[in-house]
Design a protein around this ligand. Structure first.
Ligand code: GDP
Ligand code: MG
Length: 177
């Protein structure tokens, strides 16, 4: 069949969470379409994007959900989290407040989801080194405390974006196989 030998097909729901304007939508557009948009505008209409990734010769469909800006009102619904097996929890290394919010986002993620969620803490905008407010060490420490993967990324410069998503996808795959 079209899925190859074993006929397996994997569909992984992955959610992007974090404060407004940390770069969630741009991380997704960089990953899925290799595009960056310098104008901050709320995602309209599209709930998720699907990206095919190959792991151990198997086709994995990563269904990556982006918010439509509702995080601004802390009104991300349970439907958004439902069924998620992976998450990228994003802050902006140039805005301390977005890092301070991480624990709240993690709480919400665990409250809304009872299964194991492969989670990556992402410090985005690492290109903004000159106005950095959160050190790499702080990010690392928080990730260790919370048992998360950690990576600093730049959607602008395309740094570590692919890797961040792929690590999460690989971990989900390991969790189920
Ligand atoms: P969201 O609200 O979390 O989805 O954030 P957006 O993806 O809409 O990005 C918010 C703003 O930050 C936009 O102006 C983006 O162009 C900008 N931005 C996103 N990622 C980066 C990055 O890696 N570096 C820099 N310098 N700006 C970024
Ligand atoms: Mg967005």
């Amino acid at each position: 069949d079209e899925n190859g030998e074993g006929g397996e097909e994997y569909l992984f729901k992955i959610v992007l969470i974090g404060d407004s304007a940390v770069g969630k939508s741009n991380l997704l557009s960089r990953f899925a379409r290799n595009e960056f948009d310098s104008n901050s505008k709320a995602t309209i209409g599209v709930e998720f994007q699907t990206q095919m990734v190959e792991i151990d010769g198997k086709e994995v469909k990563a269904q990556i959900w982006d918010t439509a800006g509702q995080e601004r009102f802390r009104a991300v619904t349970s439907a958004y989290y439902r069924g998620a097996v992976g998450a990228l929890v994003v802050y902006d290394i140039s805005r301390r407040g977005t890092f301070d919010s991480i624990k709240r986002w993690l709480d919400e993620l665990t409250t809304q989801n009872d299964s194991t969620v492969a989670t990556m803490l992402v410090g985005n905008k690492c290109d903004l080194e000159n106005i950095r407010e959160v050190s790499t060490e702080e990010g690392k420490t928080l990730a260790e405390e919370e048992g998360l993967f950690f990576m600093e990324t730049s959607a602008l410069e395309s740094t570590n974006v692919q890797t961040a998503f792929e690590i999460v996808i690989r971990e989900i795959y390991n969790n189920i196989s």
